[in-house]
Design a protein around this ligand. Structure first.
Ligand code: ADP
Ligand code: MG
Length: 693
């Protein structure tokens, strides 16, 4: 039904709803759900009120009205409201004439609003007023509150109006919509019917009904999402053949024998999972999650050797030149020892060398290429690329990854590694049915990093502690945030920090500085001085965030730690704790901290478990913000379900969706017609992004 013909809407409001909320049909409107509910079943007394309550209901009358102040912002109407237990001021900044003309002194009203503290007293701004029915009947249960925008409010489309419009619509059309789930699903899970759920979500008869309605609608939302993802995945799997790696042979076994340590059980398990994938003849697309320092590089190396053992080439791509170089240096020596030709290709590889690499790559003499995004340049052609490993995935866009795919007629297997753990619920959603492997175990002998919180003004003690560590022969990072809104300030901070460190520790110890504004050459030179221990202190912006490995660095000092998100703090902390020494991470903040910041700091001091931190991050920030998900793109909005809170419903929905697709991959069975049609409607405009993640 066209929106404008719904009573209470009309052409102007229809246009506003469309442009502000993307609501353009009756079903869109009815699936614009309340963001929270207020309890109208209880009438409070003024005596009970303090400044920390949600929206509440009062019953009483106004004793007087008075206009105060002048000019925009200052001019207001103050009404004194009493219920016999006390008085409270109500304030209007707009619609003053209307209130004065329509609200009567001495008459009884139901007043609905939120008491807020202002200038040491509590008052209620712009309350809703209603005349109580003689029998008090309208005072029942829960009332939905709807989000509105400024533009909507100007057209008088506030929460209350939306509620009225929806109520009017539902009274006229009690069964407006066809059921959206097959009856066998509704029955088996004992879900509330669609129309009933829509009614109860807007006008819950009681909390039990509200819970059931929420469950039904959340399930439905997550279920269709999973159905879509799983079906896309299946279709991709069926259409894409992958190389079949049948053997594990000399390269793999020789390298394995040369390892200076035993692999952890988690590393072994992941290698078995990868091995099983590449032996099937289907193309592998696997995400490997592992906390910083969990030993993903070894897994990458052995995975590439599986390709070599079957006559294929492999490549390893890292997001920065420093990281690519570090991988090359770590791996090249032992690769060469067992007769593998390996090369490094980055933006700064000289032309001549580059041309040689191109040649050897095309004729197949070069087995493994390690590098930056220089690897995806069109003139880099492999003879037979069988395995692509991508490190630190969140620095690459989906587009870049898909370019690697196109290097062969048949796509190589792809292993994407990330140290930004994505909580299970999110991974299930973002990656659909892509395979996810997890290294959930650190190599033995690591001492947990000790994390401390210090305030700005405790710097003297900090300097003393740093000197103690330097005297033990350790190295120290001092990191400053990149302040995007004021870059100048950020560099001034870093430069000042650099000078402070030189003043405190020179000439006994050397200090280097690294920040994003430096030329890559100078940056690398400074890094190199730190890596070789010519310099003992590195003052830097977050450029060191990802992957750098200096086992002798055992102290990470994070300045203005309140400016960092949880996962970023965790990444930074992961730069230390890589050697045998006890490592420390010090979070330095100002004194005044907001609630969320306090929580972040507290979590960091309590745990070093990346997954726990990622879960906490999801809860604090919401999934849209989690690093690494933007690019892989949540290609959908969730209206009612929450990835942070509804993990169990997600799992239920996913299992159901999986079972249905197993039995009826193309959804051709008559009882699944509803599913097929609904999917087509919900996802008609979406790109098939799962294909390229
Ligand atoms: P990340 O997962 O952060 O990329 P790395 O692969 O850089 O971790 O490994 C961190 C360090 O741990 C490296 O110095 C590596 O040699 C070492 N390492 C990896 N696996 C093991 C293991 N099984 N036992 C001992 N040390 C290991
Ligand atoms: Mg790494």
């Amino acid at each position: 039904m066209d929106l404008q013909y719904i009573p209470g809407i009309g052409p102007k409001r229809a246009e506003i709803l469309q442009s502000e909320l993307h609501v353009s049909s009756d079903e869109d409107l009815l699936t614009y759900f309340p963001y929270r509910y207020v309890d109208k079943s209880k009438i409070y007394t003024i005596r009970e009120i303090d400044g920390t309550m949600p929206y509440i209901l009062l019953k009483g009358c106004f004793t007087m009205f008075e206009e105060k102040g002048q000019g925009t912002g200052g001019h207001r109407l103050v009404g004194t409201f009493t219920d016999g237990t006390g008085t409270i001021d109500c304030v209007w900044f707009q619609g003053i004439k209307y209130v004065l003309n329509s609200v009567q002194r001495g008459k009884e009203y139901l007043l609905f609003g939120q008491p807020k503290e202002f200038n040491y007293s509590v008052n209620i701004a712009h309350p809703d007023l209603e005349i109580p029915a003689p029998d008090g009947k309208e005072v029942t249960g829960l009332m939905g509150m709807y989000n509105t925008t400024e533009r909507m409010k100007r057209a008088n489309l506030n929460s209350k109006t939306i509620q009225k419009i929806i109520l009017g619509y539902l009274q006229k059309n009690p069964i407006a919509f066809p059921e959206t789930l097959p009856s066998y699903v509704v029955d088996r899970l004992q879900l509330m019917g669609y129309n009933q759920a829509i009614r109860q979500i807007h006008f819950p008869a009681n909390t039990d009904n509200l819970r059931k309605a929420q469950m039904r609608l959340k399930f439905e939302e997550l279920f269709y999402l999973q159905l879509y993802l799983i079906r896309s995945f299946k279709m991709r799997q069926n259409s894409l053949k992958g190389y079949k790696f049948e053997r594990i042979a000399d390269y793999f076994n020789d390298y394995y024998r040369l390892l200076p340590f035993e692999l952890t059980n988690a590393q072994k398990r992941v290698l078995r999972e990868i091995r099983a994938d590449v032996a099937t003849g289907k193309q592998m697309n696997r995400l490997l999650q592992g906390d910083v320092g969990s030993g993903k590089t070894m897994v990458a190396a052995l995975t590439m050797l599986m390709a070599l053992d079957n006559g294929f080439q492999a490549c390893l791509m890292a997001p920065t030149e420093i990281l690519a170089t570090q991988h090359y240096e770590n791996l090249a020596e032992s690769f060469l020892r067992i007769g593998i030709n390996v090369a490094l290709l980055t933006g700064s590889t000289p032309k001549k060398k580059r041309e040689k690499i191109h040649e050897l790559l095309e004729n197949g003499e070069l087995h493994i290429l390690i590098g930056t995004h220089a690897l995806i340049e069109p003139d880099v052609k492999f003879k037979n690329l069988g395995m692509v490993v991508i490190d630190e995935q969140h620095r690459f866009g989906v587009k870049q990854r898909s370019q690697l795919w196109l290097k062969n007629a048949q796509p190589p297997h792809v292993l994407v590694m990330t140290a930004t753990p994505i909580p299970r619920t999110l991974a299930m959603t973002v990656y659909g049915d892509l395979d996810v492997s997890v290294i959930d175990e650190l190599p033995p002998g690591r001492k947990p990093i000790e994390t401390l919180h210090r305030y700005d003004n405790q710097r003297q003690g900090l300097i003393r502690a740093m000197r103690g560590q330097l005297e033990l022969g350790r190295q120290i990072y001092v990191v400053y945030p990149l302040i995007e809104e004021n870059e100048k300030l950020a560099y001034r901070d870093v430069e000042q920090g650099f000078l402070d460190m030189q003043a405190a520790f020179g000439p006994d110890y050397h200090v280097v500085m690294v920040h994003g504004k430096m030329k890559p050459k100078d940056k690398d030179a400074a890094m190199q001085r730190f890596v070789s221990n010519e310099a003992q202190i590195m003052v830097a912006t977050t450029v060191i965030e990802v992957g750098v490995n200096v086992p002798n660095a055992s102290v990470m000092i994070i300045e203005s730690a309140e400016r960092f998100g949880l996962s970023q703090l965790h990444q930074l902390r992961g730069r230390v704790g890589r050697g045998a020494d006890q490592s420390y991470c010090v979070l330095v903040t100002k004194h005044q901290l907001g609630e969320d910041t306090k929580k972040r700091i507290e979590i960091m001091c309590r745990t070093t478990d990346g997954f726990e931190i990622a879960e906490a991050d999801l809860k604090l920030r919401g999934p849209g913000d989690i690093e690494g998900t933007q690019q892989s793109g949540l290609a959908f909005d969730l209206h009612i379900a929450s990835l942070a809170k509804d993990g169990h419903i997600l799992e239920l929905a996913r299992n159901y969706a999986r079972e249905i697709i197993e039995n009826d991959p193309m959804l051709e069975a008559p009882q699944n017609a509803i599913l097929r049609n609904r999917l087509a409607k919900l996802f008609s405009k979406k790109v098939d992004w799962s294909r390229i993640s």
